[in-house]
Ligand binder design. Structure first.
Ligand code: NAI
Ligand code: MG
Length: 353
């Protein structure tokens, strides 16, 4: 029996609704498969905790998390009561940075029963590997000459280490999927960092002769994702490009409420963290109508990370068969509640050899 120790941080808003039902789904899957079990340890960190204790998490919170196999997080943010820069930086970003979760992995895929804005979204099934530690999102730069002649300089930072790490992960993942990797570039306009990125992309390709590698300028790539979405498999991108492409992927799927994400630590020194793309949705919190599928799919990514592929696959199949049967929350055109959708997913999980 494999036993996994999972740290659970429901966080704020609908995180407190979608995380508990996701634990039910995981427990149900474990019962079906009978060879793995989960021990969940819940942490009450978030904005309520901040208002009571003056901090988003315990001072030794990071050390407390170190002993777990993975972290499952809901969402952070209660902007009416705690400013976002305090809540997000005090918990979510603190964990990502301290635990060197340097890659952000976001799949997007068409499910039967979802309404995509594209006419023909069939066979849309991609995985975006986004560099998550540097790139265009850097603090290097500044503003001078305040006033009329003011100027701002924003430096993008590309290190060989981080670029190679993201690109190599992209090749590995493509090798495990359809064997196609696309690199998002813009070396025709960004003349230092992007040619560097392209060079590394080419170098690492030598290690993966079986992966078909292509590079595409980000503007054309965005257009192709709309005009021929089925042609992509894995896309590797810098921080900014990956951020934009994953929102586009979510839009093609039909709702932010179903999009999952993983923050991966690749050196094995710290646990990885799994959290859906959506936030705490204060506008619908407390009504029992939040879509739990993003959180449940996120749990599936956690299972893949732990090596429980069959169990993960059975959860994804159960999600798809639930939407195909029309059992959906309001955001994707149904009238079922959070709990009803999750219960339906549980009922549809089947053991796989
Ligand atoms: P949001 O993702 O919470 O909500 C955007 C819109 O999508 C809302 O209309 C919401 O009702 C809807 N929505 C989101 N998830 C849904 C679900 N599962 N089912 C049905 N509808 C869903 O983004 P917003 O409103 O910009 O941010 C709210 C708070 O969440 C802020 O404090 C923000 O900083 C935080 N946030 C946290 C994130 C995280 O923890 N990773 C990510 C994004 C935002
Ligand atoms: Mg974004």
């Amino acid at each position: 029996m494999r036993n996994y120790k999972i740290a659970v941080i429901p966080g704020d808003g609908i995180g407190k609704e979608v995380v508990p039902v996701t634990m039910d789904v995981l427990n149900h899957a474990a019962e079906c498969f009978q060879d793995a079990a989960f021990t969940f340890t819940e942490f009450p960190w978030g904005c309520d905790y901040y208002l009571e204790h003056g901090k988003m998490m315990d001072d030794d919170g990071i050390e407390q998390l170190e002993e777990f196999d993975a972290i499952l997080l809901g969402a952070v943010g209660d902007p009416e009561r705690v400013p976002d820069h305090i809540s997000l930086w005090g918990l979510l970003i603190k964990i990502r940075r301290s635990m060197e979760q340097s890659l952000n992995i976001r799949p997007a895929k068409f499910f039967k029963g979802l309404a995509s804005p594209l006419a023909d979204p069939r066979d849309f099934d991609i995985m975006v590997v986004r560099e998550n530690s540097e790139g265009e999102y850097s603090e290097a730069g500044g503003r001078i000459h305040r006033g009329q002649d003011e100027l701002a300089i924003q430096n993008a930072v590309f290190t060989r280490k981080a670029s190679e790490r993201a690109i190599r992960y992209g090749y590995q993942l493509a090798g495990e999927r359809k064997g196609k990797l696309t690199s998002a570039t813009k070396s025709n306009g960004i003349v230092h960092s992007m040619p560097f990125w392209d060079e590394i992309f080419k170098e690492v390709s030598q290690e993966f002769p079986n992966v078909e590698a292509t590079q595409q300028h980000i503007d054309a790539l965005a257009a192709f994702m709309v005009s021929k979405p089925h042609e992509f498999d894995v896309i590797v991108a810098s921080n900014l490009f990956g951020d934009i492409l994953t929102d586009l992927g979510g839009a093609i799927m039909g709702s932010i409420g179903i999009a999952p994400a993983a923050n991966l630590n690749t050196n094995g020194d710290h646990p990885s963290m799994f959290e859906p793309v959506h936030g705490s949705a204060p506008d619908i919190y407390g009504q029992g109508i939040a879509n739990p599928l993003g959180q449940i799919w996120t749990a599936k990514m956690m299972l893949d990370h732990l090596g429980e592929f069959k169990m993960g696959e059975s959860i994804l199949d159960a999600i798809e068969s639930t939407t195909a049967a029309g059992i959906k929350t309001q955001d994707i055109g149904g009238d079922s509640s959070t709990v009803e959708v999750a219960r339906e997913v549980c009922d549809r999980i089947k053991f796989k050899e």
